[in-house]
Design a protein around this ligand. Structure first.
Ligand SMILES: Cc1ncc(COP(=O)(O)O)c(C=O)c1O
Length: 488
């Protein structure tokens, strides 16, 4: 037997990795996967399960098997032509039979700009695409945008972790909303930086409370932690809340006064349910509308993605970030770090192009694109409303209806006996609830503790993406009744 000791074990690898937690793909998701495989393989375990299929309500991945959001035809047509360019040349006659004219023209133009999708591009992403992103931002906000300040990325996640790792030194603080999408706590743990939680107010539709923010800043100062960055997710994950203009201005003012860089995660900007009553405003627009001293100085990085919205192209890995008011020498460092990973995935870059520049009304593809995207928006909104309505009818659950994004975050008013039982099992009570829910119904949700929550409160995050909403709600309700009766 070799006496060689493995170079890698839990005490020799980077300790920061051990501190990384990511609930969305944690214990529950692994168990759900195990059930999916057991059911597919019709194993002995499957025979004993009280459900026939697993409902994936744990992750905002619309095209996932079981959720089955249909990819937008226009996207897949353009992308397929770029993947097989012969269809635009010697096989053009065949292509003309299946692809609308404008799709072929769009793919040809992109092909001229990019060339083969198998080649590296500029590290910031293809310039022509960045120019169209800048135009999209200008039209959205009414303020100029510079393509040189825009980076295409492998999803928003890659952009967020790159910017956090550039902005924060070990031990420095980053304000994060609680509850939050765990990308932030996970990345900060990896960087050995300090997450500084500020609580969102559930009793006020998950809005931000300025006093709470100020308190978080002053506590960090007292503890000697420099406050370097502030993360804000708007519309919110997991809360589904969309911020008011006033709340956003207050955040920008704080960043101005305290010299904090503002990181705005705006990946759900097109998933807005009631745009008249609660429209989405970008932080860029709010910032640029403030007095010059603020507009020209507060550093902002905002993130967007093709994984959400109406495209739901999570696996393609496309997104971008825009830097505003970042010093030139720091911009050089951002560029250097982007160069280290050569370039973002080209098919993700193409996705960004299609997101920011969809077919126009006069194009042959428009009618189909409009029909498909409207259906996706309508489904999301009606499922979300229906689920919130039903949650609120269940004894022991209260749920703020979502204003946007893809999730609901109902609060479980946990019986004391359930809390004690969870303690015995060595788990948080909402983790026990979510595990029992999965075992009893096949519904895979995420426990609120994975996102952070006010101590003493318990939540569950579910996506509003399941096609069989009525069945989902029915199964959930039965489980919840049984759970509450068991621990009454
Ligand atoms: C708030 C938020 N930001 C970022 C991401 C990551 O998105 P991407 O797939 O673009 O990396 C997600 C994914 O669910 C998210 O909810």
């Amino acid at each position: 037997m070799s006496s060689r000791k493995p170079a890698l074990n839990l005490s020799t690898i980077n300790p920061s990795i051990i501190n990384v937690h990511y609930a969305v793909r944690g214990e529950l998701a692994l168990k759900a996967d195990q059930y999916v495989h057991a059911l597919a393989d019709k194993t002995e375990e499957a025979k004993s399960l009280p459900f026939e299929h697993v409902v994936t309500a744990n992750i905002g991945n619309p095209q996932q098997k079981g959720l089955n959001q249909v990819p937008l035809t226009y996207w897949r047509q353009v992308i397929s032509l770029l993947e097989y360019p012969d269809l635009m040349n010697e096989h053009l006659e065949i292509a003309k039979k299946i692809y609308p004219e404008d799709t072929i023209a769009r793919a040809k133009k992109l092909y001229e700009e990019i060339g083969s999708v198998g080649a590296y591009t500029h590290s910031k992403g293809v310039l022509a695409i960045r120019k169209r992103v800048a135009k999209f931002i200008e039209e959205r906000d009414g303020y100029p945008s510079d393509p040189e300040s825009i980076y295409l990325t492998a999803g928003a996640s890659a952009g967020v972790s790159s910017i956090l790792s550039i902005a924060l030194k070990k031990g420095e603080g980053c304000l994060i909303p609680i509850p939050q999408y765990p990308l932030y706590t996970a990345t900060l743990a990896y960087l050995d930086a300090a997450p500084l939680p500020y609580y969102l107010q559930e009793s006020a539709d998950w809005s931000m409370d300025h006093e709470t923010l100020l308190k978080a800043v002053s506590e960090a100062k007292t503890a000697g932690t420099p406050v370097k960055a502030l993360v804000i997710i708007n519309p919110g994950n997991p809360t589904g809340a969309c911020l008011s203009k006033e709340a956003m201005e207050a955040v920008v003012t704080l960043c101005y006064e305290e010299s904090i860089v503002l990181l705005a995660d705006e990946v759900y900007q097109t998933n807005i349910f009631d745009p008249e009553h609660r429209p989405f405003h970008s932080f860029k627009k709010i910032l640029k509308g403030m007095k010059k001293e603020i507009a020209d100085t507060v550093e902002l990085v905002s993130f967007h993605s093709i994984s959400k919205g109406v495209s739901g192209e999570c696996g393609r890995r496309g997104g971008y970030f825009e830097c505003v008011n970042i010093a030139d020498d720091v911009m050089e460092q951002i560029y250097k770090m982007a160069s280290v990973s050569l370039c973002p995935p080209v098919s993700g870059q193409v996705g960004v192009d299609l997101m920011v520049s969809p077919p126009k009304k006069e194009d042959a593809s428009y009618a189909t694109w409009f029909k498909e995207t409207s259906l996706i928006q309508d489904n999301l909104k009606s499922r979300s409303n229906l689920m919130a309505e039903h949650f609120n009818k269940m004894d022991g659950i209260s749920c703020n209806p979502a204003e946007g994004a893809m999730y609901l975050f109902p609060r479980i008013h946990m019986p004391q006996k359930a809390i004690e039982e969870a303690k015995k099992r060595g788990k948080e009570a909402d983790v026990m609830y979510a595990l029992d829910l999965l075992d009893a119904t096949g519904i895979c949700a995420v426990a609120g503790s994975g996102f952070g929550q006010e101590p003493g409160t318990y939540h569950i995050r579910v996506t509003a993406l399941c096609p069989e909403t009525a069945e989902f709600v029915g199964r959930f309700e039965q489980f919840h009744k049984d759970f509450m009766a068991k621990y009454a």
